[in-house]
Design a protein around this ligand. Structure first.
Ligand SMILES: Nc1ncnc2c1ncn2[C@@H]1O[C@H](COP(=O)(O)OP(=O)(O)OP(=O)(O)O)[C@@H](O)[C@H]1O
Length: 357
């Protein structure tokens, strides 16, 4: 199972430019999480801080009991081996073919024989659908293939935690859908903790177990996907719907006068160019491709979320209850109504353990 990452009060600035402050969240072991946020809110800086490439001003980031903010260089070197990172552009070496690119961390950080390296590299290339492309140079393949090669390279040291910085950037919607499926399939196969930074609403709605959002130099929210997907927090609503109307501006947050002007414009019937449809709401989460193992995180997450159910907003709570199977309901001590005949319109009343929250 992947490692848990506990972030507490993490704060980062460059000179007098505050990036974010007091970020507190836990990446549950083996679960997939997505961090959203408008451009420039410091998502990449957050990922880099998590692996010690940037030094936060204060706070803790604890992985396997080691606080990477304060630990020694030697410890940091050890802890970094737990991470696999997919950088935005794949960060491949242009002069090396895919085989050598993917083999690079093994040659640098291990004493494995070339025969062992070959087995691992070919395995990871197959896992990411790149078998047969070993001899290609990064410049000879498509952006989607480069992303997958970057992912293959991030996997060779068997990471417990995988960080993906905008894995969808530069990809068309179909390739993004394949990549989303690949991330879920990977999670099913290796049970790693995954954090994905993205702007892609579809990926955010269908891939993660947990969703968070950075805005106004703070973590607006972080929690089970159902919480953000049903949230009426204006910034979350605006982002998930890709709307112009709302607190997020082109380069920074808007002031009250500008928001009032836009609201009046919208009330007068002028479109802001976004879809009329409200994209909020809980949609089905991607499942592993048939034939692959089940994601072990699903059961762990249900157990975890059911324990904090009473503390979640009503819409999220209802969504979670509605997604439970008959077996789940028995497991969590909810009334488990027998399947109702189609004509039966009696109300099913859920019962929460310990009383209704
Ligand atoms: N090494 C650095 N030194 C100084 N400022 C930096 C450094 N790295 C990032 N920044 C600044 O931190 C802010 C956040 O950048 P970051 O790349 O993390 O944003 P982001 O949310 O990932 O944006 P995008 O979604 O556009 O990729 C930016 O203003 C950027 O200029």
């Amino acid at each position: 199972m992947g490692a848990e990452v506990v972030v507490e009060g993490l704060t980062k600035s460059f000179g007098n430019q505050a990036i974010w402050r007091d970020v507190t969240l836990t990446l549950p072991p083996g679960e997939v999480s997505v961090m959203l946020g408008p451009s420039g809110t410091g998502k990449s800086v957050f990922l880099k801080s998590m692996i010690g490439l940037l030094k936060p001003d204060r706070g803790r980031c604890v992985v396997n009991g080691v606080d990477i903010v304060t630990c020694s260089e030697a410890k940091l070197y050890e802890v970094r081996k737990l991470f696999g990172v997919l950088f935005q552009d794949g960060a491949l070496f242009g002069s090396m073919n895919l085989y050598d690119n993917v083999a690079f961390p093994l040659r640098e950080h291990t004493r494995k024989s070339e025969a062992e390296i070959k087995r691992i590299v070919l395995d990871k290339l197959e896992l990411t659908g790149l078998q047969g492309a070993e001899r290609k140079l990064p410049g000879e393949i498509s952006g989607g293939m480069r992303k997958r090669a970057g992912l293959a390279r991030a996997l060779v040291l068997d990471p417990e935690i995988i960080l993906c910085d905008e894995p969808d950037s530069g990809l068309d919607p179909v390739r993004t859908a394949y990549l989303s499926q690949l991330l879920i399939d990977l999670n099913a196969q290796i049970d790693a903790t995954i954090l994905i930074v993205t702007h892609n609403i579809n990926l955010a709605r269908t891939v993660p177990d947990n969703l968070g959002m950075l805005f106004r130099k703070e973590l607006v929210m972080f929690g089970p996907r159902e919480v953000l997907l049903t949230s009426d927090e204006p910034v979350v609503e605006q982002f998930l719907n890709g709307r112009r109307i709302g607190p997020i501006g082109m380069s920074e947050e808007k002031d009250a006068a500008q928001m009032a002007q836009e609201a009046a414009h919208a009330a007068a019937g002028h479109s802001d160019g976004s879809s009329e449809e409200d994209l909020r709401g809980i949609v089905a989460q991607l499942e592993p491709t048939p034939g692959l193992p089940e994601r072990k995180a699903v059961r762990r997450r249900k157990d975890r979320v059911m324990q904090v159910l009473h503390s979640l907003p009503a819409a999220a709570r209802e969504g979670i209850i509605a997604s439970l199977t008959h077996e789940d309901r028995l497991r969590y001590g909810l009334t488990a109504p027998s399947p109702r005949p189609a004509h039966d319109d009696t109300q099913e009343i859920p019962v929460w353990p310990g009383g209704r929250p």
